[in-house]
Design a protein around this ligand. Structure first.
Ligand code: UDP
Ligand code: MG
Length: 314
């Protein structure tokens, strides 16, 4: 079974056309499917439209109504928690991701990939948004350790065991595509189309994007803390050179007029270096406590093979 998860926040303008395009695609994939809409606290007609859609589908379409607006990623997590299918597809409600690409994602999953990401090569967004996303993708690829061109594309497919692990993590500030990749053995990326937003506006602005970056850096690495320690070591080393130079100068050229001032500088930088190092050290402990508290699994067992005949896995 394929589960499709779609977060919805004030998308009443696009929902009818989304449904009219998605329905034939789902009926055409030749497997059982379910569709889970998450109404992320919409204040327009979205919830009513979603309920109408669900009403005509005998339980195949479910609507999870959140109590208020919790943000796209929380909404997706809420949906992922409800899935029953073996393969899970996520997609945006604003029709920027063409639903017609879903069969291609499924084909890549069938080819043995755990995660398949869409890559909006020809992206229809504003220039600053594309630039911000490029930076974000570099950053995400580095901290997660899995290179992908487009982490932000929500048109993605996952095998169920990946989703189960992501849901088990139950993280407050998580980013599903990044977290999923950190648990996947084989990931693939396929180029998908991207349409301009036909109605409404993007729910992202500079601040929400910056917040996402911060979540990523702090969520997947101890980079800022380690940068602090490194800076401390750097200052220390530079200061050692300064000291050496001062001693050398004193020995060969005798006392200088500003000698005392330079010495003061050297001592000051020694202390600053020490301070950075100390902060970094404390940070290192805090970081370790943080990763411990986060309880992200250190490993995930997918299956134990006991040598008996196995059921073929889809
Ligand atoms: N969305 C949501 N909650 C939010 C913001 C967005 O569920 O607080 C949904 C939105 O309805 C859409 C998807 O997340 O289906 C992507 O949002 P948007 O199109 O605004 O983001 P962009 O395409 O600019 O990345
Ligand atoms: Mg969009």
């Amino acid at each position: 079974m394929v589960s499709v998860v779609i977060p919805v926040f004030n998308e009443s303008a696009t929902l009818p056309s989304l449904w009219s395009r998605l329905k034939p695609v789902l009926d055409g994939i030749g497997r059982e499917w379910e569709l889970i809409f998450i109404d992320d606290g919409s204040s327009d007609e979205s919830l009513r439209i979603l309920k109408t859609i669900a009403g005509g589908e005998d339980g195949r379409v479910r609507v999870v109504e959140l109590a208020r607006n919790f943000g796209q990623h929380s909404a997706i997590l809420a949906g992922l928690r409800q899935v029953r299918g073996e393969v899970v597809v996520t997609l945006d409600a604003d029709l920027q991701n063409p639903p017609e690409e879903i069969p291609r994602l499924l084909a890549e999953i069938d080819a043995g990939n755990d995660v398949v990401g869409g890559w909006r090569e020809d992206r229809r967004d504003t220039n600053w948004r594309k630039f911000a996303s490029r930076l974000q993708n570099r950053l995400t690829s580095t901290v997660v350790g899995v290179r992908m061109h487009d982490y932000g594309c929500m048109l993605r497919a996952y095998r169920r065991h990946i989703i189960d692990t992501v849901v088990d993590c139950d993280e407050k500030a998580s980013f599903v595509p990044a977290l999923a990749n950190s648990f996947a053995k084989r990931v693939a990326e396929i180029k998908v189309g991207h349409a301009e937003r036909s109605d409404g506006a993007s729910k992202y602005n500079f601040l929400t994007l910056a917040n996402l970056s911060l979540n990523l850096i702090t969520g997947f690495s101890l980079l800022p803390i380690q940068a602090l320690s490194l800076a401390g070591v750097g200052i220390f080393l530079l200061d050692a050179f300064l000291f050496a130079f001062l001693i050398f100068h004193r020995l060969f050229f005798g006392p200088q007029q500003e000698g005392a001032l330079w010495l003061l500088f050297a001592v000051l930088f020694l202390l600053v270096g020490l301070l950075f190092l100390a902060l970094g050290l404390i940070g290192e402990y805090v970081g370790r406590i943080y990763s411990e508290v986060r309880r992200r699994p250190t490993y995930v067992v997918r299956e134990v093979h006991d040598g008996r005949a196995e059921e073929p896995r889809r």
